[in-house]
Design a protein around this ligand. Structure first.
Ligand code: GLA
Length: 392
């Protein structure tokens, strides 16, 4: 079997060894990565575009079949086990809910699965906005599809993973995270049209720069409830426009004129939420052109604008994220920076010149500690391939 180049062999071996020690069987091992998103935030569930890429940090899942109807789960990281009956799948607290959510989707869709053993490990930081949960869901779907020869295509697995998140984690997420994890391609970002689901791989090479993620190490509890509120606010804006323009089905179809005419007079907050989305969809299209031309400076400026919009108009930033973006603003070695993902914590994504990374990371860590009394961690993200089988 051809091995993916980006596989973290020690991590894959570790999960395999733990699995074999615990379950006394030889597993299939699947790798499914976390993701970054260059630009296009909170646009996926508004049928706009996103520009994510899979990264070199991933979840590894080892699986084998059982002869009974039970599911035995083990998290290496948490050193926790869970046993459930296939007939009794329901949401639980913590990591296992993402596995069970996918099992639930498979069962509901009539796929013939039996009992199985599953062990899981990974190096995607949890709660950092790098989509560790989507990675677990995609890894599980891919693993069970292989294990039981279900013949499900990748797009269907992505949709099931998204539904699992809706029904078992209770967050009405868009499709970006799962899509990026499953369909990632080395050194390419994915320009995904979230309405048609057509996608284009755009080469992503930064040459003398890198993508650096600064982790606030906070995850405010508002994150999931406010996420659902933002979705409702966008839907309300669309409903008001639709009264006059029945052909408008999402903010993808809306123009600033429509917002000014039909939303602004009704509700200023909803107007600002919708305005951000309409602007962001256009900003992504322009940013994508910058990237294709190799104009990283222009793309980076747009990332700063995105942050401004997410913070001031869309209201999903927090003081820790704002601090990290403000800190790097004006630094000539930083071409772009913004909060990434759903918001209310997690990471900022930065494009930084290679020679400045170490020094800046040291400075910002110190400043962040002083200002927020919190430790900052940082990672360099390389763009790697999506979900794959790495051992059998
Ligand atoms: C989370 C969701 C995605 C997307 C982003 C914001 O990561 O899972 O679907 O909506 O937030 O862009």
């Amino acid at each position: 079997m051809q091995q993916p180049q980006d596989i973290n062999r020690p991590m894959a071996d570790k999960v395999q060894q733990k699995f074999e020690a615990l379950f006394k069987a030889k597993p299939l091992v699947i790798r499914s990565p976390g993701r970054v998103n260059i630009i296009g935030e909170h646009t996926d569930y508004n049928e706009g575009f996103v520009l994510p890429g899979a990264i070199d940090k991933a979840i590894y899942v080892a699986v084998s079949t059982r002869t009974d109807k039970t599911i035995h789960l083990y998290s290496v990281d948490f050193d926790e086990t869970l046993q459930v009956n296939l007939a009794d799948i329901k949401p639980v607290k913590g990591w296992a809910t993402y596995v069970l959510g996918v099992v639930d989707q498979l069962v509901k869709n009539g796929h013939p699965i039996n009992g199985f053993n599953l062990a899981l490990d990974g190096d995607v930081p949890i709660g950092a906005g790098l989509s560790s949960s989507a990675a677990v869901e995609c890894a599980t779907a891919f693993a069970l599809n292989e294990l039981f020869s279900l013949g499900i295509d990748k797009m269907e697995m992505v949709k099931m993973a998204q539904k699992a998140e809706h029904s078992f984690a209770g967050v009405r997420v868009g499709i970006m995270d799962m899509f990026a994890s499953m369909f990632g391609k080395k050194d390419h970002v994915i320009k995904l049209d979230c309405r048609s689901l057509q996608h284009e791989y755009v080469p992503f090479q930064l040459h003398n720069m890198k993508l650096v993620l600064f982790n606030t190490n906070v995850e405010h509890s508002l994150a999931s409830s406010e996420y659902n509120v933002r979705r409702q606010q966008c839907e309300q804006g669309v409903a008001w426009i639709k009264e006059r323009h029945p052909q408008v089905n999402s903010l993808r179809d809306a123009t600033m004129e429509m917002l000014n005419q039909y939303v602004k007079p009704k509700d200023e907050i909803i107007y600002r939420r919708c305005k951000y989305v309409v602007e962001e969809i256009q900003r992504l299209l322009n940013g994508c052109e910058d990237l294709k031309k190799g104009d990283i400076a222009a793309l980076g400026q747009k990332m700063f604008q995105t942050h401004e919009g997410l913070s001031k108009e869309y209201g999903v930033s927090c003081k820790e994220l704002d601090f990290l973006v403000d800190y790097v603003k004006g630094n000539l070695a930083v071409l772009g920076a913004r909060m990434m993902g759903g918001g209310f914590g997690g990471c900022t994504i930065n494009i930084i010149k290679n020679e400045a990374i170490d020094g800046l990371a040291a400075d910002i860590t110190k400043a962040y500690k002083q200002a927020m009394a919190l430790d900052l961690t940082y990672y360099i993200a390389e763009i790697e391939q999506g979900t794959s089988l790495v051992a059998q």
